[in-house]
Design a protein around this ligand. Structure first.
Ligand code: ADP
Ligand code: MG
Length: 140
């Protein structure tokens, strides 16, 4: 487990970019933390480093996006599903969790055991002002 403190959004993006260098197709990165903790900012920095050019924003009306990069990059935000998977299409995540893609998941706890191939677990939390604690647990 590594612990980092970032002082602004750019520092979180840089940290994510550095971590992205060790990712490969099929890897899943779980990004947890409260609203505004910087999860999407982290994903943006990683996606940029993976060659994604289009804007990386929170998927609002869908649970995810797929971006073209050096490899396909999927970005899931499961917040909308916090009530549970009941009544949802069981194939909902399939389009994003493809073995050719590197996959980032915000609010991953919602998915329970659905997410395997986890390469990194990132836990972000507010540490006062623009500071954020970023705990990174790498695949062992
Ligand atoms: P989340 O996806 O966790 O809800 P976002 O990444 O969408 O959070 O938003 C985080 C907000 O906090 C952004 O407005 C970002 O600019 C700001 N921010 C300030 N300091 C930091 C930091 N150290 N790391 C990440 N984001 C930060
Ligand atoms: Mg977000």
């Amino acid at each position: 487990m590594e612990r980092h403190v970032t002082d602004n959004a750019e520092a979180t993006e840089r940290l994510a970019a550095g971590l992205a260098a060790s990712l490969r197709a099929g890897d899943v990165v779980l990004v947890s933390g409260d609203l505004g903790a910087g999860k999407t900012t982290f994903v943006r920095g990683a996606a940029r480093a993976l060659g994604v050019i289009e804007p990386v924003t929170s998927p609002t009306f869908t649970i995810g996006q797929r971006y073209a990069g050096d490899v396909p990059v999927s970005h899931l935000d499961l917040y909308r599903l916090a009530g549970g998977f009941d009544g949802e299409d069981p194939g909902l995540l399939e389009d994003y969790l493809t073995p050719d893609a590197i996959v980032f998941v915000e609010w991953p706890d919602v998915a329970g055991g659905e997410l395997d191939r986890v390469a990194l677990r990132v836990q972000m939390s507010h540490a006062g002002g623009d500071r954020r604690d970023v705990l990174v647990d790498a695949r062992t």
